[in-house]
Write a protein that binds this ligand. Sequence first.
Ligand SMILES: Nc1ncnc2c1ncn2[C@@H]1O[C@H](COP(=O)(O)OP(=O)(O)O)[C@@H](O)[C@H]1O
Ligand SMILES: O=C(O)C1=C[C@@H](OP(=O)(O)O)[C@@H](O)[C@H](O)C1
Ligand SMILES: [Mg+2]
Length: 173
Amino acid sequence: MVDLILVGFMGSGKTTVGHLLADFIHRPHLDLDQMIVAHSGQSINQIFTEHGERYFRELESKTLASALSEDGVLSTGGGTPVSLTNRQLLHEANIPVVYLKTSPEIILERLQDDHTRPLFRTLDKNRLIELFQERESYYEQSADIQVITDQKTPSEIVHEIKVNIRKMNVARD
Ligand SMILES: Nc1ncnc2c1ncn2[C@@H]1O[C@H](COP(=O)(O)OP(=O)(O)O)[C@@H](O)[C@H]1O
Ligand SMILES: O=C(O)C1=C[C@@H](OP(=O)(O)O)[C@@H](O)[C@H](O)C1
Ligand SMILES: [Mg+2]
């Protein structure tokens, strides 16, 4: 079963932190985008260009449903919790969900030279802030824990997640 799920906006560090955390706790790392690429044989850019965003979202939902029964730490894509179906899947899985919260200014810095995120390339700063605000409540609704990532290294974030999960488990006992 999946141990932990990471959600957050593009560039919040879900892939980076998920990989590091999985290594740290000796579990596999599952990255939804990487699973979609592996299954489809196409890059995220190719899927968006050749089939459109709606088709990508269908693949994303199907891949999420199957990923939840695999073992490891699951990094979602930035758009995953936007769909109600996906939020229900996350909720019903009953697995701790961590929201990596990153401010739009930092996201712009981190992704300024990135060309692998088709949606990001279409956004100017104002539209990025709007999309961030549109999506923020979905991340918040889906998550049990929030970790602010601005000015923190991936290792510091992994440490903070571990401390929070431990507190959550103590509170449950
Ligand atoms: N805490 C961090 N501090 C600085 N750079 C980071 C941090 N987390 C991720 N990055 C960088 O930001 C970019 C996007 O990270 P990534 O893990 O792919 O984000 P996501 O999967 O949430 O879109 C990468 O270049 C990564 O190295
Ligand atoms: O926010 C989004 O809608 C998307 C985020 C991407 O994942 P990351 O959040 O890992 O960049 C990827 O799923 C796709 O480009 C769409
Ligand atoms: Mg990612």
